[in-house]
Design a protein around this ligand. Sequence first.
Ligand code: FES
Ligand SMILES: [Fe+2]
Length: 350
Amino acid sequence: MNSKTLNSFNPDLPVHMSFSEHDWQLLAQYWYPIALARDITEQPLGTMLLDMPLVIYKIDTEIIVAKDACPHRGVPLSIGTNDGQGIVCRYHGLRFGENGKCNRIPAHPNHKISDRFHLKTYAAVERYGLIWCSLLAKKQDIANIPNMPHWDETTYQQLVCPQVDLKCFAGRQLEGFIDVAHFAWVHPETFGDPENTEVPDYTTQETEYGFSADYISDVGRYPIGLDQLGQADFQWLRHFEIHLPFTATLTIHFPNQAKQVIMNAASPITARSTRLFAPICRNYDQDLPIEDAYEYNLKIFEEDRLIVETQKPEYLPLDLSIEAHFPADRSSSMYRRLLRKVGFSPLFAA
Ligand code: FES
Ligand SMILES: [Fe+2]
């Protein structure tokens, strides 16, 4: 290693960065879901957030999220196994237990273990059936996780859709979720109406964590074929809450006070790959199989895949002069303006 690279070596940054260091330092302060809580066991699970390889494992009830690299020679711990007292590295058998602490070095069983052998761990909490993590938040700080309306109410049922992996930037995906002009074009097989293309004007409002938008239209959310269940004149309110940078909740107001909330939490694995998590809660249809709801929502996300995976440029232009806009883009223009305002680059994740 020459002196230049040695000086710039920072163990807290990913070895391979697909983001600019400026954007990475900002992004790493936020919280993102990294796994479904139901997938976490004692056995290590490997994943990635913002280019940082992570390992997740459980000791008793403690969930540990750590850098997926052994402090000894950099072998991923996600290829090791838990022997009941911690996860064991495949290379020389170092074992990591509570808090990521090394509790065994087989080559020197009687030596005191130096702190240098402990794993680098990250702040993590479970919420909405997901494991959330922040690479730069302090563990003692309150986890700044986006709020999901109605989730904790007893009259609501909670569902956590299987995750969806997309080859796109999280900013493009989130913007697609809050786009109200594409229903007729991309979703005619699920809820959109190809004859209903005009977008009524709507409003947005800045909030302390991003902004909200209220969109009222006659585009329903029942699966097509159900003929809007006799509610031909019903005006549907879609209430969006956007939490910068990549999470939004959508509350859909159905007829008869029925409501469904979908959280679209786009987790940035790299600047070009995104893992989408989608908890849902609803106060109706609770006797129907949850697999049907998973299937329906996954079908909608699959319809969006073609769009988000082919958009060019792949980054999100926060400089509004780069792409053309029409009035129905009120939300996406606001999204881009606010991302710029909190300091992300004009060519976000270019
Ligand atoms: S690399 Fe993990 S124990 Fe040596
Ligand atoms: Fe869509």
